[in-house]
Design a protein around this ligand. Sequence first.
Ligand SMILES: Cc1ncc(COP(=O)(O)O)c(C=O)c1O
Length: 399
Amino acid sequence: MKRHTRRLETAAVHGAADLEKKNGPVGTPIYQTSTFEVTDNDEQQRVTTTDRYYTRWGNPTNTVAEQAVAALEGVESARTFASGMGAITTTILALLKTGDHIVAQRDIYGGVTKFFSQWLPRLGIETTFVDTNDYEQYARAIRPNTRLLYLESPTNPALRVVDLKKAAALARQHKLISMIDSTFGTPINQHPAEYGIDLVMHSGTKYLSGHADLTCGVVAGRHELMEPIHETRTTLGNCMDPHASWLLIRGLKTLAVRVARQNENALRVAEFLEQHAKVRRVHYPFLKSHPQHAIARQQMSGGGGMVTFEVEGTGEDARRVSEAMRLFTLATSLGGVESLVSIPVLTSHAMISAEQREKMGVTEQMVRLSVGIESCDDLIEDLERALQAVGARATVQVG
Ligand SMILES: Cc1ncc(COP(=O)(O)O)c(C=O)c1O
């Protein structure tokens, strides 16, 4: 019998054998630790600039996720955050100060509209919202104190497409930082940095992770811009947990195949809806009827997994359709392998005023679909059946 060399309390903590250093793991290990041991205080000073100091600064599992996104976007660096909103708010707080001004396209995620119109004014930062596809309006809105051009493409939920080349050129001409929320675009379908956009942001909660099992955000760009963003993240404490990073890494491995399938399914779903009598309008970038179809085909390799349609009826009809679906799950969020349905005025754009929604063209009749990787025939059958709810009388349960 092996003699105890340490007391039981110590053996319980330190007793397990170290894993072999050779035969490295194929899967990325989760560094589920808040801190890292150093041999002396000189080393303690040196590690502060690495991912082995303290997890609020950085963590090796987070680094793997960050490097993967930087590689996908074709940029020097990326940083992860606790959520997509965390990525946006931290970036803006890092790069702007009191007295600065933002030009932002009007239709963007409602949470960002709220941050720009209700929070930033408290810090003395103003935003001018411009019509998403009117680039002359963008130019007219630029002032001497404008610092940031904020974009989103395709937009949530109306799926408008921004001309990335035009927007990036405008930002360069006026020495503005350009930033895009590319969540709906995914790093598979579009690469905004190739057009000269400075910062590419994703709600990693969506396509990057792809399984509706974590909340995270990512911003990617040049070192020079990413450094203050990292420093601000460290100060605000808005970092991602290593376990969530590991889930993100796992999700990223199948991003390309998931998105390819979602592109295919969503295009078929959009074409089906477009010919349906109970559908007034379908918003999907790769439909010929889409107002920015030509730009979408130029700058995107796939139309994406999001399809928004407006029912030929009322807001009540839209709600009934969304509740009649069986395969599309009624839930907010998007980008996962499973198909979801939501009503934008009640979810992604519920936090802003009806007036703001109207200006963005977000209507009560809108139904937003996040198309998953299921059999497309099953998805279409589900939609066909659910659309019968348009115009149907609401049933009154008695007794
Ligand atoms: C386009 C877009 N950007 C940003 C966000 C915010 O991301 P998160 O929920 O991860 O904070 C969302 C969330 O729905 C979104 O749809």
